[in-house]
Design a protein around this ligand. Structure first.
Ligand code: F6R
Length: 622
């Protein structure tokens, strides 16, 4: 699920009439931190000669600060605090190797400290690109691929290449130098660049997301909307192969040649408060508590979307649902749901495996990518290939303007609001609510689906009451020192079992594995010892008797059996009761497992469950 090389990061840039660019960027990075938190850094341009800052780099136009670790509540250093810049860039980094060091932290500079660059993506040909600058005497100080970019720009500024499309050299030296350097990069990349001799910042992208926000005489650029929503709702989602030149005004250029194009503005509906923690200690908890509203919103407002998607499924000759991680479990739930409610076969694939199943696609196929961020490369890439085969794409995503949103012929926005915790919660609940409504709409039963979701929202509300939470805390306490937890389910609750184990693992770092109830006896039962905890997702449906039998098999080997569902049984040593919500029973089962995971993390002393180690929210590398 997580990329094996390089970076997935948060980028932020500002240019405008504020004289505290450093603070604006610092705040923006805090909101983007969930995209990566190995190191962070900011570079601002020194605006006035009277600035109190006296550093070597200031002579060349920049004040730069870099730190290893999370930005968290870290304050700005005095140099940036005192700078009166109205322009700058910042970055928060996610790396798996290449060293979490100050030298590898962004922004990266050229030899003269006159160009600063932040980057998200992988420059596949960076070794090759480095050869020329190294021959010319450029000195590289980091192990990153990014650092080649400022050096290429530096070279281009010294030896500009004329642009045949820019008559009379009207393009501007800085713009031409960045454009030319960016055109050389292979891979999926987004960069933001500042230059000491220019009052503009330049953003360009081929794969990773970049959003430009604009308000009165100022521009923001960020990896996602949560970074800029405090300042403006008027945004442009940069398309691949576009470059934005931001200064006194905005120029949008098409790559490779820089032909000017007309920007398309969008007005965001999300509220700023959605990106704040409010009274909650962690975003994760806040987002778990938002779930009743998320379900209710879908019940009340998504009938039209569900009917339309149901029609597309009906018309298609072969439908495929896909996603990664948590979203893949939503897709898995979707196929069980369609089989049960709509008596309709739908295919399922994990995003990264779909490339190998695409031989089946034709122009009559329908592909339904499911994704919170809409940026997961393991979904984006196979969807692009499916499009090439003529398949129709109906995307279910949470982020307006994201890559999958733009790739799709038909789109359903989940409306779950900004999800800041790296761990997916409310977006998953929104995904399965939309799928449930769509399966009911397929048989003309959207009213039944709506009623079921509204009843579910009330049940989830009850689960979030203090008396219920007390039971969950008690269970979490009991699980505190366990090394392994198993979770089993059958049918619809099989997806719940898989999702529950992912939540436990990434939140509390306790090893957990989810299985179809029938599978354990085929091998994994060998791992059951006295008091090994095993959670049983026991729905009151056709799976009940069989899952109880599986629970008996585990109990006979010493397992500590914890049932979650509407119907208790003597096999369970512990039992957490939910309402019987038919197909929607998976929702309380999931919410309970989210709460168990969160409380387990807190009891085990995990400081920041919003940002589990090694992860990043938006996985934009393969
Ligand atoms: C886990 C989690 C991840 C994501 C996965 C796909 O809690 O959130 O497993 O579900 O990385 O991300 P999206 O939904 O953005 O495509």
């Amino acid at each position: 699920m997580f990329g094996i090389v390089q970076l997935m990061c948060g980028i932020f840039g500002y240019v405008g009439n504020k004289k505290n660019a450093a603070q604006v960027i610092h705040e923006g990075l805090k909101r983007l931190e969930y995209r990566g938190y190995d190191s962070w850094g900011i570079a601002t341009k020194v605006k006035s000669q009277k600035s109190k800052v006296k550093t070597t780099k200031e002579k060349n136009g920049f004040v730069v600060e870099k730190h290893v670790g999370k930005i968290g509540n870290r304050k700005l250093g005095s140099k940036l605090l005192k700078s009166d810049a109205n322009l700058g860039i910042g970055h928060t980094r996610w790396a798996t190797h290449g060293g979490v060091t100050i030298a590898n932290a962004h922004p990266h500079l050229d030899c003269k400290n006159g160009i600063a660059v932040v980057h998200n993506g992988i420059i596949e040909n960076f070794l090759e690109l480095k050869e020329q600058p190294i021959k010319k005497g450029h000195v590289f100080v980091s192990k990153t691929d990014t650092e080649v970019v400022p050096h290429l720009i530096e070279e281009n500024l010294t030896h500009p290449h004329p642009n045949p499309l820019s008559k009379g050299g009207g393009e501007g030296r800085f713009t031409g130098a960045v454009r030319d350097a960016f055109n050389k990069l292979k891979g999926l990349n987004a960069i933001v660049v500042v230059c000491s001799s220019s009052q503009e910042i330049i953003a360009a992208k081929t794969g990773s997301p970049l959003i430009v926000g604009t308000s009165d005489r100022e521009f923001f650029v960020a990896s996602d909307v949560s970074g800029i929503i405090k300042y403006t709702r008027k945004v442009i989602f940069l398309e691949d192969n576009q470059m934005a030149v931001l200064g006194k005004n905005l120029r949008l250029l098409e790559l490779p040649w820089g032909k000017e194009i007309k920007p398309k503005y969008n007005i965001l509906e999300w509220k700023f408060e959605e990106a704040e923690k409010g009274k909650f200690e962690h975003f994760l908890l806040k987002e778990i508590y938002e779930q009743p509203r998320v379900i209710e919103n879908i019940a009340l407002n998504y009938e039209g979307e569900a009917k339309k998607l149901a029609k597309l499924i009906e018309k298609a000759f072969g439908t495929f649902m896909l996603g990664c991680g948590t979203a893949s479990y939503a897709a898995l739930f979707g196929i069980y749901l369609f089989s049960r409610i709509a008596k309709k076969h739908i295919n399922f694939s994990i995003g990264s495996e779909f490339n190998y199943l695409e031989n089946y696609l034709t122009s009559k196929s329908l592909v339904i990518p499911i994704s919170q961020s809409g940026e997961t490369i393991d979904v984006v890439e196979p969807v692009e290939k499916a499009k090439e085969k003529g398949a129709k794409i109906a995307a279910i995503v949470n982020v307006l303007g994201s890559t999958l949103y733009r790739q799709a012929d038909y789109k359903i926005l989940l409306g779950a609001g900004v999800e800041k915790a790296v761990i997916g919660t409310k977006s998953f609940i929104a995904m399965i609510s939309v799928l449930l409504l769509t399966a009911y709409a397929y048989i003309g039963g959207e009213d039944l689906g709506k009623k079921l979701l509204l009843k579910t929202a009330i049940n989830v509300e009850d689960i979030l009451k203090d008396s219920f939470i007390a039971k969950i805390k008690k269970l979490a306490q009991e699980l505190k020192n366990k090394e392994h937890i198993y979770v089993i389910g059958r049918g619809l609750s099989y997806a719940a079992a898989l999702e529950a184990t992912l939540k436990i693992k990434e939140t509390s770092y306790v090893h957990a594995e989810g299985f179809a109830g029938g599978e354990l006896k085929h091998g994994v039962i060998a791992l059951i010892e006295k008091n090994t905890p095993c959670i049983v997702m026991a729905s009151n449906d056709e799976t009940y008797d069989d899952i109880v039998s599986n629970a008996q098999e585990i109990k006979a080997r010493g397992g500590l059996m914890i049932g979650i569902g509407p119907k208790d049984n003597e096999v369970f040593d512990r039992f957490i009761e939910t309402e019987d919500l038919k197909e929607a029973t998976i929702i309380p089962q999931i919410v309970i497992s989210q709460l168990v995971s969160y409380n387990l993390a807190i009891i085990r002393g995990i400081k920041d469950p919003d940002k589990p180690r090694n992860l990043a929210k938006s996985v934009t590398v393969k």
